[in-house]
Design a protein around this ligand. Sequence first.
Ligand code: FES
Length: 570
Amino acid sequence: MEKKLRSQQWFGKKGKDGFIYRAWMKNQGIPADEFQGKPVIGICNTWSELTPCNAHFRELAESVKRGVIEAGGFPVEFPVMSLGETLIKPTAMLYRNLVSMDVEESIRANPIDGVVLMCGCDKTTPALVMGACSVDIPSIVVSGGAMLTGKFQGKNIGTSDIWRFSESVRSGIMTEEELNLAEAGMCRSRGHCAVMGTASSMACMVESLGLSLPGNAAIPAADASRKVLAQFSGRRIVDMVREDLKPSDVLVPKAFENAIKVNAAIGGSTNFVIHLLAIAGRVGIELTIDDFDKHSAGIPLIANLQPSGEHFMEDLYYAGGLPAVMKEMQRFLNAECITVNGRNIGQNLERAQTLNQEVIASVESPFKLDSGVAVLKGNLCPEGAIIKPSAANPRLMQHTGRAVVFENIEDYKLRIDDPELVVDADSVLVLKNTGPKGYPGMPEVGNMGLPKKMLDLGVTDMVRISDGRMSGTGFGTVVLHVSPETAENGTIALVKDGDMIELDVAGRRLSLLVPDEELDQRRALLADPVNQFKRGYARLYVEHVEQAHLGADFDFLKGNSGSEVLRDSH
Ligand code: FES
């Protein structure tokens, strides 16, 4: 017997309650048979003109709707809070968990049988997936697609160049006028960042997890195929409701392994770690930070994309997209994992093909042997820290240097270009108080710009350590997500100027070379952590956010509450 549609608890009801549920829908000019017995498909939209990466989502949602209607469903579009990486202060990450709550409660509270998640700019993907997982009704992701490649002075540019341009202006190699020209050529079309930054890594994450149709990750936002994929996704979600294919059916432990391996092969963002951990927490999968190192082992970098390589998301699409990457590395993947189209990974890859080996290499002759995320442990980060070897300088992967400590981001901004700053090319820059609780919200400041006096000497990379994050478009020998963080009185809180720090990426160690007795003395002087926020969301956030190595979700949001509504008041 076919399972009764969830939406019929509203629209199929007799008497006063059913009257209210249906009558108010009819004020939109919708005939009763539209929502009587048809799968009701929510289109969870993060459209906002304040999220430029997602500003085309109203139009894309129309394609989804067409697909839903074609397949015999009834589409209803609803907004959730959107997170635009470029404009939101203090950092979009502060609100990822809030959006996930918005998504979860919006889905559960409404007569929705299945949901299409419209995801684009960085945090919109994990937030929507986390929320949907905690309800666990059939769900499919439609990503917005990346921008076309930027152009400046005849060269291709993308978000990763912002860091280079900024350093070039500071060191006098580039003029302000040239910077303005680069700004004008950077964002040429709708869509999210054109490199393998966090947004594209998230789009690849959902595709490799099996939460989107194959090909979703790489189709450019401006390409007509993006709308076709949206329409196909609209058709498919209706069938997923009929089949009762839920996130928990797709998100099995082996699917998470696949996602970690694919993220390694594409040189994906370090933010992938924190978001995948949070998603795993929502579906009750026991994923740990160590699993990222374990499953990345032996996976070479085969996608030649910025910031780890040379090319752009548009090039990845023309080279065969993520299916071609996954086909090249299929021997490492769990091909039996089911995906939202009802087929498994192996079946989805049958016709995948690499069309340009400059962009997608084979496993036998990869672009780099080092890929993925290396998880560091040691007295400076007892619970872990991460570094992205493919975006780091090989010369600095084994390095010992003197700490130059900045107490917080304001201190860093104040002193980084100070001619009196005591620093040399071997120094290790340490930035405190940028963790989940300390900032709060763990901003992307970990790849802090180098001191001007080092730039003037031609230094292009130094070891940098923080409890914050780095933009997925960033690069350098940057140790991130140090846990526990400064605001939890982690060891990073104890570091002083001049302390020796040893980074040993091959040995997976990060050590503060100070005797234990000395560290104990320093620790005894630290005050107990206090929540400076007395009201509002920031108070809730600091009270409940977990540390980075656990995914920085709220402790009370872990797991799944299902799709049952708490009470029926009508
Ligand atoms: Fe939105 Fe980069 S700013 S994806």
